[in-house]
Structure formats: C-alpha cells, structure tokens
Design a protein around this ligand. Structure first.
Ligand SMILES: Cc1ncc(COP(=O)(O)O)c(C=O)c1O
Length: 388
C-alpha cells in the first residue's frame, strides 16, 4: 500500500473511534471568540489572566520590535544575547525565589533541556502517571531508568525510590505542579521531604500554576509554603502569562549545566526580543494587578460549586482547570458540540491525551469572565446523564 494511503487508513481508523483531531481557525485569544463560523464564549485554552491580548503586552512587543527587531539571529552561544534576555532571566529568578534562570523558546523545550542535561543512563527518573507529555518525552530522551508512579501516590513513589534508587547515580522526582487535564495539585511539601530523604532532585513543572497560585503569583511552591525549596522549576509564558516561552529556574550551577549540555537550548535560536518583552510585561501585570488572580479564584469557586450542585463530581481544587469527566469519547464530543451550539467553546479531551474511558470536557476559566457567564454555562451543561 502506498504510504499516503496507509496514513489515510490510520486517520480513518481514528475517525471511526471519534478520536480524530483537526485544526480549526480562531480569530483571536479573548473572552469572546469567532470559531468555525460561530461567536462563542471562550472556556478553552490557558489564558487564565486574559493577557494574550492585553494592551500592555502588545505595546511592549511593538516597542521591542522597534528597538531590537523581531529576531535574535542565532543560538545565544553563537552570537551572545541581548540585555533584555539577561534582565528578564534575573527578574524571573527573583520572582521564583531561585538563584538563576534560563529562557527557552517553549515550555516543552525547557522540560527537554532540564531532563536531558541533568539525567543520563544510570540515573532514576520517577514520574507521576499524569505528568505532561513534555516531561514524559524528556525523561525518555534522557536515557535514564524511567519509572511511573500512580497519580499522587507517594507510597508507591517511596517504593520506587527504595527499590530502584539506591544504585542510581542520581534520583529525580518529576511532577507537574497543577495537572493539566485534571486541574489538581501535587503535594510539594511532601515531595520536598522525599527529596531530602532519598537525596533526590525535585523537578516541578509549574506551567499551569505560574501567575495563578501563590500570594505573588509565583506558583504552587509559593502557594504551599515551599518557595525556594524545589530544586528545578520549569515555567512557561504560554499559559497565564499570555504569550510563549519556557523558563527554567534553579541554582546557578544547574543553569550553567543547561547552558553547556542542554541540546534543546544550545541547538536552537534564542527567544526573540519581542517574546522576552511580552514575558516581562506579563510579570508587570502579575505584580501590579493581583485582583486578576483573586477574580480568577472567585470564578473558579463559582463554577466548581455550581457544577457540584448539578451533580457533577467536580473536586474543590483552587485552579481554573475544571474537568468534567464524561467517560465515553463520543458522548464527550456530543456534549462539547451541544455546548458549542449554545455559544460556548469547551473542548472535548480524548485519548491519548487522557486514559481510555476518561474522556472529558476541559473547562478553563479566564479572569475577564463575568459571574453570569459562569452561571449560564452551568445551566447549559445541566446535570450529568444518568447511567443506562
Ligand atoms: C504541564 C505542562 N508543561 C509544559 C507544557 C508545554 O509548554 P509550552 O506550551 O510552553 O511548550 C504544557 C502545555 O502545553 C503543560 O501543560
């Protein structure tokens, strides 16, 4: 069979299982979006603080483009970097209560940089079962002994560390801070203790916590009172911070090691000045407008309580990622389509992003939604279907 026909067959097979994905145009990232010909309330994506189209970020990008142009020209190790790269890294390190920081083009590449530069064959990497794909890919690429513990099950993690960690050169405990499809939290204080007990390295991906949790918006470590105690933190500008770019924060010797060994940092072009400026402007807003976080938290409670009152088993987590687990992929797509027909953009998340039988709507909130937006959404969702 011709290889293109093989690909068509594979896509058709996914279609039959209601698992085929497709790209659809969106006019912009804002509260109201035009999507596939309809005008919808945006309850998708990760623009929690509504910064993706914020004028302060936009103006900062324009100013940076006028001053520096739009490209950085090469990898930083080849040509050097701009003053704004260094200034932003210093600012971000302070924001994260860390000694140093390193910018990468995306969060995905930051995770790749961390695990491939710090871990190698002979090391043990322990991953939470629900960690983001970028951490799984990074762990595999590192060539270490990769072990997976059931989601949040620290007894199993201890057993892995006892059984496989003693002989390893280094032991890594790697977790999302906020799990991206469930919106629940890692227990960072407990993980810090295990890190100490087993002389391990704790790597935390704060992608969905940065800008959202903690008094200053620094993330889950701050929220749970362990700011500065995580060994390596990965943040991304692509969620609450409204644009794109990864940042690793850690001890300076870790950052120096990444500069020397992380292929996804060394062999790629430096983050463009426009992107650095957007991230810097986002940090201004996180610092100056805490009411955005407060508002987001209030909307989060409103939605979770509203859904619970309708009979949905929605947990009380303090994050704007609210999973509505339906189970069956086709039923989840139907619910998503019904909501779209009523004016709501709420994506259906299906395998392989989540486990088979755990298809769900992933509702995400942004701080510029109104209380009425949330109440009307809850009405539109209604009660869960009764099991047949
Ligand atoms: C937990 C987590 N880590 C990392 C990433 C990757 O970040 P980025 O989109 O900046 O590549 C994402 C999202 O895509 C994520 O949800």
């Amino acid at each position: 069979m011709h290889w293109l026909d093989q690909l068509r067959d594979e896509l058709n097979h996914r279609q039959q299982q209601t698992l085929r994905r497709s790209l659809r145009p969106l006019d912009r990232c804002a509260r109201i979006v035009r999507h596939g010909g309809s005008v919808l309330l945006n309850l998708a994506g990760n623009d929690y603080l509504a910064l993706a189209s914020h004028p302060h970020l936009r103006d900062a990008v324009i100013e940076a483009a006028q001053r520096y142009g739009v490209g950085s020209g090469a990898s930083r190790l080849v040509t050097g970097h701009l003053d704004i790269h260094a200034a932003l890294e210093q600012r971000f390190a302070a924001f994260k209560h860390a000694g140093a920081a390193l910018l990468t083009p995306t969060g995905y590449m930051a995770n790749l940089a961390v695990l491939t530069a710090l871990a190698a064959p002979g090391d043990l990497i322990c991953l939470d079962k629900l960690n983001h794909a970028s951490l799984i890919d990074a762990a595999r690429a590192a060539g270490a002994d990769v072990r997976v513990y059931p989601h949040g099950n620290l007894d199993k993690l201890v057993r892995l560390l006892e059984r496989h960690g003693r002989a390893a050169r280094r032991r890594f405990i790697v977790t999302d801070a906020v799990f991206s499809m469930d919106g629940d939290l890692a227990d960072l204080p407990a993980l810090c203790e295990l890190r100490d007990d087993f002389d391990a390295v704790l790597v935390v991906d704060e992608a969905h916590a940065t800008g959202v949790l903690g008094d200053s918006g620094a993330g889950l470590a701050e929220h749970q009172g362990v700011a500065g105690r995580v060994d390596v933190t990965v943040s991304t500008a692509s969620k609450a911070l409204g644009s794109l770019g990864g940042v690793v924060t850690a001890d300076p010797v870790v950052i120096d090691t990444l500069v020397n060994h992380a292929r996804s940092f060394i062999y790629t072009t430096a983050v463009p000045p426009t992107q650095v400026a957007a991230l810097d402007a986002a940090l201004d807003i996180v610092r100056d407008e805490p009411h955005r976080r407060v508002r987001l938290a209030a909307l989060t409670r409103r939605l979770r309580v509203g859904l619970q009152q309708r009979g949905w088993p929605v947990p009380d987590d303090p994050t704007p990622i609210v999973p509505l687990v339906v189970g069956d992929a086709a039923a989840t797509v139907q619910l998503s389509e019904r909501l779209q027909a009523s004016g709501y953009l709420v994506p259906a998340i299906r395998p392989p992003t989540v486990a088979p039988g755990a298809s769900r709507l992933r509702i995400t909130l942004r701080c510029d939604l109104t209380d009425e937006d949330v109440d009307r959404l809850v009405d539109a969702i209604g009660a869960p279907a009764k099991p047949k």
